[in-house]
Design a protein around this ligand. Structure first.
Ligand code: FA5
Ligand code: MG
Length: 442
């Protein structure tokens, strides 16, 4: 039986998240269908592809240099998620359109970097990995989901502990110990320049050594992951030994908490897919964590993105499936190609509406964000929504009113949806939009 979910319009004075109660306020925007994911812990579920992927990557960052943290709570303070990392107050990531707030001071972590400062402060090891569920209001398509998993990694060196206080030499010595590989990675150009600057606290030589150690470490992950993926594809008859090699590239990036910064992308299904972000840790973070003599690097990788490539999983929603046909295909320590149990027909439906005039008036606060659409659809249709795209948007020249049109693809991973079912879902989406955002349906 198809269940159409209700979206709450008001929150009561308390909200329960992960079994604990929190006071709500005008920031609260965490819907029940997202709260329901707290505690699923796919990254710790034996034989789940997210857990298998986590362990595969963890193996590249072994103890005792790296300590693995995999059970940190997803409920963090705004201080941990944003302030400690130097996010400016007007950074879009802080807005309620992008982040799930439990209340003004408490959020669902949007990334594993939320634990960087605390982990530096604890000072238990030279390096660490942190695997965890993270939460974001975001697009709906085959590679984006509002709850996903990241692994953070960091490696720090202490000025007071390396021989002669020479960080660059110590990092280069550690670089020599990393396994070499012959993967060709397209590079992004100079290690640092005005647009991707060196920090004042670092010499050019230090930054270059840290960046080289960072890139070699992460390229090692790619080599491991794709070596395994290729073996599995060959075993499944989907690839041959002499197939064209994987295309991988570094591109420059920006994060408030690293500089210089990069992202690593791979060519997947004809498009560049971003796997991870990384960079040289902003010195203010170890400084504020009480470990000012530490310098080093950090990265954050999307585990679903890696798992999709590893196992050939075509849609990110599958990770949440409780369907035995999905779950029984995977076993710890074994990389095999996902056998799709079938592809059911898509069903495209459009919805067009005028935004209430207050929200489209010039200079006024826009009260409807694309992510509001995403969440409304996910809230009503759950995993029966495969993809949502903004197909048209315009402002009426006379009335100044703004119109938006979205195309929703309804498709179940488990069965063929009937016309009645998709019509009911679509009608419920329309009603929810009208009730929650006072849009005028067209
Ligand atoms: C971050 O979250 C940074 N914290 C990463 C980082 C850590 C940078 C440490 C520097 C130092 P970003 O928003 O790009 O960056 O997300 C990192 C990765 O998470 C992406 O590369 C992608 O693999 C994955 N990801 C992001 N959004 C989604 C989503 N909605 N669904 C699935 N995976 C996602
Ligand atoms: Mg990114």
């Amino acid at each position: 039986i198809l269940r159409i979910r209700q979206i709450p319009r008001y929150y009561s004075s308390k909200i329960t998240v992960g079994g604990k109660e929190y006071p709500t306020d005008e920031y609260t925007n965490l819907p029940p269908h997202i709260e329901a994911c707290v505690g699923r812990n796919l990254h710790l579920s034996p034989n789940h592809p997210i857990s298998i992927t986590r362990r595969l990557i963890e193996r590249r960052f072994p103890a005792p240099v790296y300590k693995a943290h995999n059970t940190l709570s997803p409920i963090v303070s705004v201080q941990q998620n944003f302030d400690s990392l130097g996010f400016p107050l007007d950074h879009p990531g802080r807005s309620r359109t992008d982040t799930y707030y439990i209340n003004e001071k408490t959020v669902m972590r949007t990334h594993t970097s939320a634990h960087q400062a605390d982990t530096f402060a604890a000072g238990e090891s030279e390096g660490f990995t942190i695997a965890a569920d993270v939460y974001r209001r975001d697009a709906i398509d085959r590679s984006h989901y509002p709850v996903f998993h990241q692994m953070e990694g960091a490696r720090m060196w202490s000025r007071s502990e390396v021989p002669n206080g020479d960080i660059a030499a110590a990092v280069r010595a550690d670089l020599e110990k990393l396994p070499k590989h012959d993967l060709v990675v397209e590079d992004s150009g100079p290690i640092f320049h005005e647009g991707n600057p060196l920090q004042k606290a670092h010499s050019a030589e230090e930054c270059e050594a840290i960046a080289a150690h960072l890139k070699r470490s992460l390229e090692g992950v790619v080599v491991e992951v794709f070596g395994q993926a290729k073996k599995a594809a060959i075993a499944a008859g989907e690839a041959k030994e002499d197939d064209a090699p994987l295309r991988v590239r570094w591109i420059e990036a920006y994060f408030p908490f690293t500089t210089p910064s990069w992202e690593l992308e791979v060519l997947w299904q004809g498009e560049w897919l971003e796997l991870l972000g990384c960079g040289v840790v902003q010195q203010s973070i170890p400084d504020n964590a009480g470990t000012p003599d530490k310098v080093g690097w950090a990265f954050g990788v999307g585990l679903e993105r890696v798992a999709m490539l590893l196992f050939g999983i075509p849609d990110i929603r599958l990770f949440w499936s409780k369907d035995e046909r999905f779950l029984t295909q995977f076993a710890e320590g074994r990389i095999t190609k996902f056998q799709s149990f079938s592809k059911y027909p898509p069903c495209y439906k459009d919805v067009a509406f005028w935004l209430p005039s207050s929200s489209s008036s010039a200079g006024g606060q826009v009260a409807f964000h694309e992510n509001d659409m995403m969440e409304t659809v996910r809230g009503v249709a759950g995993d029966l929504a495969e993809d949502v795209r903004l197909t048209d948007e315009f402002t009426h020249p006379k009335s100044g009113k703004k119109s938006m049109c979205f195309r929703i693809n309804y498709r179940s991973l488990e069965k063929t949806l009937t016309n009645e079912e998709t019509n009911a879902l679509h009608e419920a989406v329309r009603t929810a939009l009208k009730e929650k955002y006072a849009v005028e349906l067209r």
